[in-house]
Design a protein around this ligand. Structure first.
Ligand code: GLN
Length: 542
């Protein structure tokens, strides 16, 4: 029997609803249950693929090629369950499906309305593509009170009614602010938020109260009384020093116990939380520190590189090392010398990116890492810039560039309009829509034997997730290999370069895919583990 837990948020955004959902997923798994996590996003974009990372943070890509909300990254990192296209939906997608159905005449002449047609489409989404999981955790994006989330809240209200309390539960995450002048925690915003939810017909069973200070019993009693929930269902969510401490913190506050009690599941047997305790221990007691420079474009907003910074932390966990990140806007290298910014670091990483702005700075960072033998990790755009750097500075092709920036005399990185996926051929036109038209999702890659990557992966074929429109141009392979750059990973048809590296460098790898998307704290990605190990070796030299 699949049970559904709906998680809403109130008062303000950015309270960690995604993390709370992911942590609850991990706790239920630790009790032996299977879980699936989903997110309903009330905005009008069909998916976050076309949204600026400055606005929305990273776009998380699934194996099946969906561009989704970054919370799905948290879900995967905490539960290890690979997310799918069917785990994230937006108002935009719901409406475009409903309108397409209306145009086809599928509604048989009915007047198409928000209730029941839009809410039905939302309910279908919540229940679709499941495999008998014990729990589906369904997070509603945004904050209760937003106009755009109304159809979603109405849909989950209906679902709660249809499924009954034995198969459904509502959890609401709010803020309990501390007012320094009064020296008090204030419960009123929570009361108002729950009132708003009640007005929509939803009585939450559990409240997660984010706060900076311990909750005195009196406040807990007050919230329980005014919000009509049991006292032990008022769960305090205090800030913790590492996001990986969140599952244990919520367990200690009784979160998984009240959930199991609600569904009449056994509560005596405690969940096994050893992996989480071990991870937190490794994060809290590292044996040293390395500094990695991340030379990118969206560096002001850490959420834009969420999976990347987490994967670097995982590499640290695997090496018992704390990883300090120096976020550097590559445009600074248009004005200032790279040396002063990069001399002291133990590793340089150029992450994914789009557009010409800042690209010359990234190329300078690559050159510095190559010439000074500093570990270099290029991801997607970071690989493409490493190839441009090699073409210009090692193979003597002055006009080498990417066609992403306009016409290039030597298009070492160019637009691919056709490629194969398994036995299918995928095609794109130069003028195609921007949304959902990149090479997206998991693709296989063959590793060349006896190369650095083959040694790191200990495998001859790998599968990694992609999100890009341009490719390293295979026709330049010979020239670049003659200059010393090894093409150590290729698509199975041998047409698309996936990995480049140098032999006579301590650690220099560029990958066309995004390995950070598959890294987990309990299963760090081998490339990140190896990169951080190289940074540790580098730290002993400087
Ligand atoms: N802008 C490049 C492309 O579209 C790289 C994309 C990325 O780094 N994700 O190919």
């Amino acid at each position: 029997m699949t049970r559904f837990i709906f998680i809403t948020g109130g008062v303000v955004s950015s309270l960690g609803k995604g993390l709370a959902s992911a942590a609850l997923g991990a706790l239920l798994q630790a009790r032996g249950y299977s879980v699936r996590l989903r997110k309903l996003d009330p905005y009008l974009n069909v998916d976050p693929g076309t949204m600026s990372p400055f606005q929305h943070g990273e776009v998380y890509v699934t194996d099946d090629g969906a561009e989704t909300d970054l919370d799905l990254g948290h879900y995967e990192r905490f539960t290890g369950v690979p997310s799918r296209q069917s785990d994230n939906v937006t108002t935009g997608r719901i409406y475009s499906d409903v309108i397409a159905k209306e145009r086809r005449g599928d509604y048989l002449g009915a007047t198409v309305q928000v209730i029941p047609h839009v809410t039905d489409a939302i309910k279908e989404f919540v229940k679709a593509d499941l495999n008998g999981e014990d729990f589906v955790l369904c997070e509603i994006g945004g904050t209760v009170g937003d106009i755009e989330s109304l159809p979603f809240l109405e849909a989950i209200r209906q679902l709660g009614n249809e499924l009954g309390p034995e198969r459904s539960m509502f959890m609401h995450l709010t803020l309990v602010p501390y007012i320094a002048a009064a020296g008090e925690l204030k419960t009123k915003p929570t009361q108002h938020s729950v009132k708003e939810l009640l007005g929509l017909g939803i009585q939450p069973h559990v409240l997660i109260c984010r706060m900076e200070r311990e909750m005195p019993e009196a406040e807990r009693r007050k919230i329980a009384l005014f919000c009509n929930v049991r006292q032990d269902c008022v769960i305090p969510g205090l800030d913790v020093d590492s996001i990986y401490a969140v599952p244990v913190a919520y367990h200690e506050q009784g979160m998984d116990t009240v959930v199991c009690r609600h569904f009449r599941l056994p509560i005596d047997k405690k969940p096994s939380l050893t992996i989480w305790n071990d991870i937190v221990e490794a994060v809290r007691r590292p044996e040293g520190e390395v500094t990695i420079a991340v030379v990118g474009k969206y560096v002001q907003l850490p959420d834009a590189y969420k999976s990347l910074s987490e994967a670097l932390t995982h590499g640290g966990i695997a090496n018992n090392i704390s990883v300090k990140l120096d976020w550097i806007d590559s445009e600074i290298f248009d004005r200032e010398d790279v040396v002063q910014h990069l001399e002291h670091v133990h590793g340089i990483l150029v992450p994914g990116g789009f557009g010409e702005r800042g690209s010359e700075g990234k190329i300078k960072a690559v050159q510095f890492a190559r010439e000074r033998s500093i570990p270099y990790f290029g991801i997607c755009f970071g690989m493409q810039m490493a190839v441009v750097e090699a073409a210009r500075n090692l193979a003597g092709m002055e006009g080498a560039s990417s066609t992403e920036f306009g016409h290039a005399a030597e298009p070492v990185v160019g637009l691919m309009t056709e490629w194969s996926k398994g036995s299918d051929v995928e095609q794109r036109g130069e003028e195609d829509d921007l949304g959902g038209t990149m090479r997206l999702g998991s693709y296989l890659c063959d590793l060349k034997p006896e190369t650095h990557v083959a040694e790191i992966y200990r495998s001859s074929t790998i599968s990694e997730r992609h999100r890009h429109r341009y490719e390293v141009n295979i026709t330049y392979r010979e020239k670049l290999e003659a200059a010393g750059m090894i093409f150590s990973g290729l698509s199975p048809d041998g047409v698309l370069p996936e990995i480049v590296e140098y032999k006579d460098h301590p650690w220099f790898i560029g990958v066309q895919f995004h390995p950070e998307l598959k890294s987990k704290p309990f299963d760090p990605h081998p490339l990140f583990t190896s990169f951080i190990a190289a940074a540790v070796a580098q730290s002993r030299l400087v």
